[in-house]
Design a binder for this molecule. Structure first.
Ligand SMILES: Cc1ncc(COP(=O)(O)O)c(C=O)c1O
Length: 484
């Protein structure tokens, strides 16, 4: 765990603190304190972390020590910093203040809030019937201890059959059932990424993948996706050839957060290049069931894997329900065995009942997923209309699947907007959440998992605070030097 942050690191996180909206009215020290508070409340600066000494931060930011000193004092007064003479200053939060450390909020912590911070939806109606059917199955399992580190064989078979149907012949021995896709990723990283090993990820990418990677103390390099066009094949393959990372993590279907779908040709070259570079390719298929416009899906990346270099991960959260906490890994049988041995040291095995519920839900897959897709495409269209009406200056690629779009804003205002939107009851995940270095302030992820009228209302509210930011005095935006 991080216990201290260096001057240069904090300066990078702070990014354009001196040109945040409304800034022209406040002195430097107050703007700096405000920016640190912003980092804390959107989770990019952890709680309990030691901030750099005043002199060090002053040097890194190119401001006077008096400015840093005054801003630390302001942070202490607002309850965001605690200092002990000779020992330093630690980040804290005033009582009752909420913080999104993980990108997820405590459910029900504020029922009036429209939550666009989480790209996930309510359970399908079929879940209740599946749960009832699962309890009928339960007696068969109650005579044993109930630990199945690789997962229940009946579920492994159904998941394996799903891969086979998609063109990747798979046996049940090649499937490990996990507690969500997140655990699938975490286990693979634990096994394959020793501290200090290099890992290539997309930028922007799924924030909790970055969180899992930071737990491994990996050396992370990024491939920047273009908001409008997605992956640049030559750059991505070039990065693999040059850096030869231990592992690369990609989300080829309706990428989180950009919504892009990786073309077939790049999938094939990616698998071949990863093999040549000695890189293990982890393919997160979280959104694979959710093409929205009836287009044919490209083959899974694993189709092109001739050397067991590809590890596919997926789960139930996006097409079904996150609350099930069921995911999986598809890999070679020996790798699955090693992962199962490892997971015993983590959580022993996934719950039996939820696995049985999943087996029943998957029997109804065609109906459930079809309804999901119809619902999602109507919601996506409503979001696109609302954006066109209320925020016509924002630009975005309309994804052909998945659950989110990635909007390019009319300035580097994403964090400021997220803070302002909280005041009108909308929770947002600002762009920098999806990157490593405090950039991406020009972008905002907008999921379309909520009902159409709720999305329209959310956009109306966001537009109202966007225009208030302008009234507070539009700062002279500097073009960010890096948007990766
Ligand atoms: C790309 C990606 N991977 C993994 C996850 C985590 O999924 P799960 O709920 O199955 O752990 C998510 C959830 O948002 C995701 O978007």
């Amino acid at each position: 765990m991080t216990t201290s942050v260096r001057g240069g690191q904090l300066a990078r996180l702070l990014g354009q603190w001196h040109s945040l909206p409304g800034r022209h009215r406040s002195p430097d020290y107050a703007a700096l304190a405000g920016a640190v508070r912003g980092l804390l409340t959107d989770g990019r600066l952890p709680l309990g972390v030691r901030l750099p000494a005043e002199r060090e931060l002053a040097e890194s930011l190119g401001v006077s020590r008096t400015t840093v000193s005054a801003s630390y004092r302001a942070l202490r007064e607002s309850g965001h910093l605690t200092s002990r003479r000779g020992a330093g200053s630690w980040t804290t939060l005033p009582n009752g203040h909420r913080v999104a450390t993980s990108g997820l909020w405590t459910p029900g912590d504020d029922i009036d809030m429209i939550d666009l911070g989480v790209a996930a939806h309510a359970a399908p109606a079929e879940l209740i019937a599946a749960a009832r059917a699962a309890t009928d199955d339960l007696p068969r399992f109650l005579g044993s201890a109930g630990y199945h580190p690789s997962g229940l064989i009946e579920l492994r078979e159904v998941v394996a059959a799903g891969y086979t149907a998609r063109g990747v012949p798979t046996s049940a021995e090649q499937i490990l059932i996990t507690s969500g896709t997140q655990q699938a990723l975490d286990l693979v990283l634990r096994l394959s990424v020793p501290a200090g090993a290099s890992v290539l990820v997309e930028s922007p990418t799924y924030p909790n993948a970055l969180a899992a990677l930071s737990g491994r103390r990996a050396r992370i390099s990024t491939h920047g996706l273009d908001a409008a066009t997605g992956w640049d094949g030559e750059l991505l393959l070039g990065a693999l050839r040059q850096t030869r990372p231990r592992l690369a993590y990609v989300i080829p279907e309706f990428q989180n957060p950009t919504g892009h779908l990786m073309p077939t040709e790049l999938r094939e070259r990616l698998a071949a290049t990863a093999h040549a570079a000695g890189t293990e390719l982890v393919v997160d298929e979280s959104f694979v069931d959710l093409p929205l416009d009836g287009a044919e899906m490209p083959p899974p990346v694993a189709v092109f894997d001739r050397h067991s270099r590809v590890v596919s991960i997926g789960g139930m959260s996006k097409a079904y329900w996150g609350g099930l906490r069921i995911g999986w890994v598809r890999a070679s049988a020996p790798l699955v065995q090693r992962l199962a041995a490892l997971r015993v040291g983590v959580d022993m095995s996934s719950p039996v009942l939820e696995q049985l519920v999943t087996v029943h839900l998957l029997k109804d897959a065609a109906t459930i997923v079809a309804a999901r897709r119809t619902e999602l495409s109507a919601r996506r269209d409503a979001l696109v209309v609302a954006l066109g009406e209320h925020l016509p200056e924002w630009r975005f690629f309309v994804p052909t699947g998945g659950v989110m779009l990635w909007a390019e804003l009319d300035g580097p205002i994403s964090s400021a907007l997220a803070r302002a939107a909280e005041d009108v009851g909308v929770r947002l995940a600002p762009g920098p959440r999806f990157g490593l270095d405090g950039t991406l302030e020009r972008f905002l992820r907008l999921p379309f998992t909520l009902p159409a009228d709720t999305l329209t209302e959310a956009i109306r509210r966001i537009a109202s605070v966007r225009h208030d930011l302008d009234r507070a005095g539009r700062p002279a935006w500097r073009t960010p030097t890096v948007i990766t």
